[in-house]
Design a protein around this ligand. Structure first.
Ligand code: SAM
Length: 238
């Protein structure tokens, strides 16, 4: 029988090698994280300055339009929207998170986009804007955070704000089958579509492609609606 030290030597050597590798792994990990972070930051910069602009143009944003980005956070959509509507247009970036809006303000200044107006709210869905004064409302990755009565109030506010034939565009994240979360846990895409149409917004179709979610790009579709002219909102053509 082999002496005990001969049996245990390979094991302890193996252990030392593993510790050495683990040490290297610990050094590599922060470097990999830094690289990934810088890659994602570059990707988001490209999105905000080009790819996102083209995506929002496909949704229908045009030069000179007035747009509300409801739940804008740090501006992954407000910034490209501001480029799409140009210096004669305006983007109201609405959020209840003051810190996120400060971040967005700094980014807008650095990007030379004076046509973004940040609107900090208490979370109330009523906005201090005139009826029939808005061409498009973006509501991207936000609706799941609102309980059903708040969503109903938000749809009513959007109908009030939009011009006739104005566009309401929704990125419906976290519905049933798509990492369900918050108030969308048991809601199907069809049920969401029905609740928006019941509020007087007619479904037009989808715009699909690579788009921003959280801090990176992913594939997905937004749902586009327009104010339903069959429903009398007491507005004239804007
Ligand atoms: C998941 S983030 C989406 C941000 C952005 N739309 C995007 O897609 O990159 C949701 C944002 O909605 C905001 N939000 C949630 N409920 C809100 C409310 N009632 N009024 C204003 N902002 C709200 C949050 O503060 C947060 O910044």
């Amino acid at each position: 029988m082999a002496p005990l030290h001969a049996i245990f030597r390979p094991l302890s050597e193996h252990g030392r090698a593993e510790t050495r590798n683990r040490g290297r792994g610990f050094k590599l990990l922060p470097r990999l994280c830094r690289r990934l972070r810088s890659h994602l930051l570059q990707e988001m910069k490209r999105w905000e300055s080009g790819e996102g602009v083209r995506f929002l143009q496909r949704v229908g944003l045009r030069e000179g339009m007035t747009v509300v980005d409801f739940g804008a956070r740090v501006g992954h959509y407000a910034l490209p929207a501001a480029r799409a509507v140009g210096r004669d247009g305006r983007v109201y970036a609405v959020d209840k998170d003051a810190e996120a809006l400060r971040h967005l303000t700094r980014k807008a200044r650095r990007s030379g986009l004076p046509n973004i107006v940040c609107m900090h709210t208490s979370g109330d869905t009523r906005l201090d804007l005139d009826a029939g004064s808005v061409d498009a409302v973006l509501c991207y990755d936000v609706l799941h955070i609102l309980p059903e009565p708040d969503r109903a109030r938000l749809y009513a506010e959007i109908v009030r704000l939009l011009k006739t034939n104005g566009c309401f565009s929704v990125y419906p994240k976290h519905l049933e089958g798509d990492s369900p979360a918050n108030h969308f846990r048991d809601l199907t895409p069809n049920a969401l579509l029905a609740e928006i149409e019941a509020a007087g917004l007619r479904f037009l179709g989808t715009t699909c492609g690579r788009l921003s979610h959280d801090k990176s790009l992913t594939r997905g579709c937004v749902l586009n609606f327009k104010t339903d002219s069959r429903i009398d909102t007491g507005k004239t053509q804007g």
